[in-house]
Design a protein around this ligand. Structure first.
Ligand SMILES: [Zn+2]
Length: 253
């Protein structure tokens, strides 16, 4: 029952995240006006705005003009619901869940905006990082000090990689947006787990990169930004970080 509630809540939030992903890069408010069809401008009624279900009932088309609704909308809703389940599975119904759901939702928004525009929304990162630091006060998983150090270490690590890469190749490897994302992740997971997040991001990024070269014969670098991978690394660290570190260091002891 708890998981069902979490899943439905995730779907509803996912619907709102779609709005954020669409509007934030345009500098528009995410609260008003209500959603309308980008093609015909007709206001979307509440019964056509039910997460996941409406897409299938409408067969993926606008009720008024018949324009296709991108499959991404229901997919983002489903993804958000699944990620919500993961957090609730890990932390139960607790303040910690709220804390990490905030991170999760922002990472979803950042990832899709990064995919769409190759840009990372700075303001969103900044306020989320501050929230991560302030609210660390209320949860047992990360202390205020770990959080501040995590944000600094996360950003510093990426800046170091950017500068090192630039010094030796004269090119830009990662973007400064990636440093912003890792400042956010670091604020929530603490400095101890920032490296793990970056490691998972690089690992997943490499796998996808290799797959991309094999399938398309092209380098991934130009095609996909690194933000989504950092987000995957951050989320995986939140859910599995303790287990992974236990397993890794347990093997050494
Ligand atoms: Zn329409």
């Amino acid at each position: 029952m708890d998981y069902f509630v979490a899943f439905v809540l995730g779907l509803i939030v996912g619907s709102f995240l779609n709005v954020c992903i669409y509007r934030i890069p345009k500098g528009k408010s995410v609260v008003t006006p209500p959603s309308s069809c980008p093609s015909c401008g007709e206001r979307i009624k509440w019964y056509d705005n039910v997460p996941l279900l409406s897409y299938f009932l409408l067969k993926g088309r606008c009720r008024y003009c018949g324009e296709r609704i991108p499959l991404r909308y229901p997919l983002v809703e489903l993804l958000t619901a699944v990620l919500t389940l993961g957090v609730v599975w890990r932390f139960g119904f607790s303040l910690s869940s709220l804390y990490y759901l905030l991170l999760t939702y922002v990472l979803v928004v950042i990832s899709f905006i990064d995919l769409d525009t190759m840009l990372v929304p700075v303001k969103l990162c900044y306020f989320t990082m501050l929230s991560g630091i302030l609210f660390s006060f209320f949860i047992p998983e990360v202390s205020l000090k770990d959080s501040v150090l995590g944000a600094s270490f996360g950003a510093g690590l990426i800046l170091f990689i950017i500068e090192t890469y630039a010094v030796f190749t004269g090119k830009e490897g990662m973007g400064y947006g990636d440093a912003n994302i890792m400042a956010v992740v670091g604020a929530f997971v603490g400095w101890q787990k920032v490296l793990l997040a970056l490691f998972i991001a690089s690992f997943v990024g490499s796998l996808v990169g290799i797959g991309y070269i094999l399938l398309k014969g092209k380098n991934l670098k130009a095609a996909i930004p690194f933000g989504p991978f950092l987000s995957i690394g951050g989320y995986a660290t939140v859910i599995f970080g303790d287990k992974l570190l236990e397993w890794y260091f347990g093997g050494l002891a």
